[in-house]
Design a protein around this ligand. Structure first.
Ligand SMILES: Cc1cc2nc3c(=O)[nH]c(=O)nc-3n(C[C@H](O)[C@H](O)[C@H](O)COP(=O)(O)OP(=O)(O)OC[C@H]3O[C@@H](n4cnc5c(N)ncnc54)[C@H](O)[C@@H]3O)c2cc1C
Length: 397
């Protein structure tokens, strides 16, 4: 860690200060230093804590390409490929398979534990040149003006401040309100219950997304077992989390069916409340929001981090094209906002529509869903379009 950087008497200056060293902030910082931009990234959570997060993430093939460019991909351990995504709805007959062959990519995506992803990022952040990775104790203070941004923080050796031309906020949504950004939010009144589960049928590169009236159930293939993301109401989530393992497996069996044989074991269960949050504008004075700080999505179809990594990559490319002294310039930031808006709009609309359409028992909607799934099953170009849209975002259009 580079706290001596902050111990000198003069306030050090960087091109970009990145608030939040989660996957999006870390990817941005690494992409910026690749372009020779002087960068500091700070986080209130220590690297060990970040590695405790129990989420398993589905990363698209497009995200793999971005992680390769920042040299994080080769450091990842225990990555499992997804070659087929199997989509169905409980109680109806259509079954749709999105395949890598049809999408024209070697693999649709991969599953990786959030903790392992963070371990790989931390390893790269620690040895990157011209990058200062700073652990903060407590909330940093921020002062943004037309000329630049000052960020002050306490760290384990004392306190310090740094100046930046631009503050990139990738803190998952912790400070956007405090910085004056207006946020719109929608409470889904749902929670995602996550756990690792073991079934009779071992994982073989197939991910399952099964829509049920209470919400989607996803089973993602990991190396030896499956990562479960089960969306239910808050009370049901608490009840499921408290069930004995055998009773939990039986409840899952009832929802998911017997496609994978019997569920035999379940590991640690965690519950995440689900809220969609969006900044009305991601650009402010010398400040830009990205990743979950700009848009927190429902986890259905695993879009959130993939969208955030595209924010990080495109922001770094955009800043690298500017003369150094126009980094953080309002007109230049505005062009970034416009470039990103289609991908973000489509990502938010896609996940939100899936949740509203499928978590609904209305018989007319049910008929429409059956027809839509049946149609998708019959139309290879539609499946290819959908798969590529999920892999590459708006660039696939
Ligand atoms: C159950 C579940 C399953 C999911 N599955 C998928 C999936 O399969 N695929 C997918 O693409 N997405 C998935 N997501 C979404 C994905 O987890 C997020 O989109 C992703 O973590 C966002 O990354 P981020 O770096 O923007 O934010 P975060 O991961 O939230 O990281 C934010 C960082 O900022 C730090 N921070 C917080 N406050 C401050 C502060 N004041 N100052 C400095 N630092 C601060 C935090 O310590 C943290 O390190 C899932 C989400 C959930 C809840």
């Amino acid at each position: 860690m580079n706290t001596p950087f902050l111990s000198s008497s003069a306030t050090p200056s960087v091109d970009v200060a990145v608030l939040g060293a989660g996957p999006v902030g870390a990817a941005l910082a690494l992409a910026l230093v690749r372009h020779g931009l002087y960068t500091a990234v700070l986080d209130t959570r220590g690297p060990e804590e970040a590695q405790q997060d129990p989420r398993v993430l589905a990363l698209s093939h497009g995200s793999r390409l971005l992680l390769e460019r920042v040299e994080v991909w080769p450091l990842l351990r225990e990555v499992a490929p997804i070659r087929v995504v199997h989509v169905s709805e409980q109680g109806t007959w259509p079954r749709v398979a999105l395949t890598s062959a049809e999408a024209g990519v070697p693999v649709l995506g991969y599953t990786v534990e959030y903790g392992r992803l963070m371990a790989a990022f931390v390893e790269r952040l620690r040895d990157a040149h011209a990058l200062f990775y700073l652990p903060a104790v407590g909330e940093p203070w921020i002062r943004a003006s037309r000329e630049g941004v000052t960020v002050g923080l306490r760290h384990r050796d004392g306190a310090g401040a740094l100046q930046a031309r631009l503050l990139a906020v990738a803190d998952g949504g912790a400070t956007a309100n405090r910085l004056g950004f207006e946020m719109a939010s929608r409470d889904y009144h749902q929670c995602a219950l996550t756990a690792r589960v073991r079934a009779d049928v071992a994982p073989s590169g197939v991910a399952y997304e099964r829509f049920t009236p209470e919400g989607p159930v996803a089973l993602l293939p990991c190396t030896n077992d499956y990562a479960l993301i089960w969306t239910v109401g808050p009370e049901r989530a608490a009840a499921l989390a408290a069930l004995a393992p055998e009773a939990f497996c039986a409840a899952l069996q009832e929802r998911f069916g017997h496609r994978l044989g019997c569920f035999r074991a379940v590991g640690h269960r965690a519950v995440f409340p689900l809220v969609q949050r969006r900044a009305r504008d991601v650009v402010g004075a010398r400040t830009v929001l990205l990743g979950n700080a700009a848009h927190t999505l429902h986890p259905v179809a695993g879009q959130g981090l993939n969208l955030g990594l595209r924010d990080a990559w495109e922001l770094a490319e955009h800043l690298a094209q500017a003369p150094r002294d126009s980094i953080g310039d309002p007109a230049h930031l505005e062009r970034y906002r416009r470039k990103r808006s289609l991908d973000v709009e489509l990502g938010v609309a896609f996940t939100d529509t899936l949740v509203r359409l499928f978590s609904n028992a209305n018989p007319l909607l049910r008929w429409g869903r059956t027809a839509a799934l049946a149609g998708l099953g019959l139309l290879p170009p539609a499946r290819r379009f959908l798969a590529r849209r999920m892999i590459f975002g708006a660039r696939a259009l």
